[in-house]
Design a protein around this ligand. Sequence first.
Ligand code: FMN
Length: 354
Amino acid sequence: MFPFAPPTMLAPMEGVSHPTFRRLIAERGGVGVVCTEFVRVSRAPLSPVALRREVVKVPGVPLSVQVMGNDAEKMADAAHHVADAGADVVDINLGCPMPRVVKKGVGAAMLKDPALLARVLGAMRERTPGLLSAKIRAGFDDAENVVRIAKTVEAAGVDFLVVHPRTRRDLYEGVADWRIVRVLKEALAIPVVGNGDVWYAADALRMERETGCDAVMIGRPAMRNPWIFEQVAALRAGEAPFDPSGADLAEWLHRVRAVYEEEIGGNVPGKLKELLRWMGRAVDDGGAFRQAALRAPDADAILGEVDARLRPLGPEALDLDAHGRHRFERSGAAEGSGSRSGSVGGSAPAPRVA
Ligand SMILES: Cc1cc2nc3c(=O)[nH]c(=O)nc-3n(C[C@H](O)[C@H](O)[C@H](O)COP(=O)(O)O)c2cc1C
């Protein structure tokens, strides 16, 4: 059993899922757990004070704090400090594909070394009295060892596993292969959380149905559609999900700007653009709104584009409804995929896993 309800997680996203974003998404409801960005634990370890500072909770919403590193003792120390400071889950990053990360032998690079994995996770387990989880990709270069990797993680005493079923080599290309989620669900006794390309609320329930996963993690789609978690909750409850209009998005973005300026400061235009890179993809205008917003020089100009081009649009002009009626985005390569491109689905070759 997944230990939280509802069985949904806001994904860890570096530069995005800071405490303010976590709150803005979770306050809409429907989010079971929010995750921090990764906290790098390197040879010169973070002080206990710095680690404890990462534990910023949204009232009433469990928090998973993600750590990344390959030094067993320092990772165990870090796990101990964040758990002690109130993290509901300590998660280890075993999926980050960025060259600057894998070059250091951490993130997805650890998928290549089961002995190291067992050592680091074993040490973390000993010092983590509460829940411990691991977030993996399907593999480093290919998915052939994904079951072996997942079983190594399970044997170390991890409480649940999150899988983003792309390899490190895939980066974000192609479509997340949900069939790998199903393979792991069948192979493991611990709960399995599926992640990747859940662009529409209905896809979260489809992922659960098709893979048997115990919970669903959502990342980029929450930047694209901040209502997605409450839409999932509505579908689960048999209620009509809310379909946001351009005015709803505009109001939300104005609020984001105000709260970011007050609580975070720094490069607020850059942070707005990170959201608009994804949200802009829900507008069927050949990319005009997205490009204009991303070219705007400052927050006033960005929101000027939002008010001029996004605000007037009704829900029917946006690809944000819970069922993906327009379905610009491709999601999971399990059978019955509703991809409008038709390039994924039941006819795709089965994933090669040992
Ligand atoms: C901007 C960005 C930052 C990310 N940072 C992290 C991170 O710190 N830790 C992590 O495990 N995954 C990170 N990811 C990966 C996501 O957690 C997630 O696995 C991936 O985006 C696929 O899920 P999605 O299709 O729901 O976005 C990041 C993804 C993005 C787009």
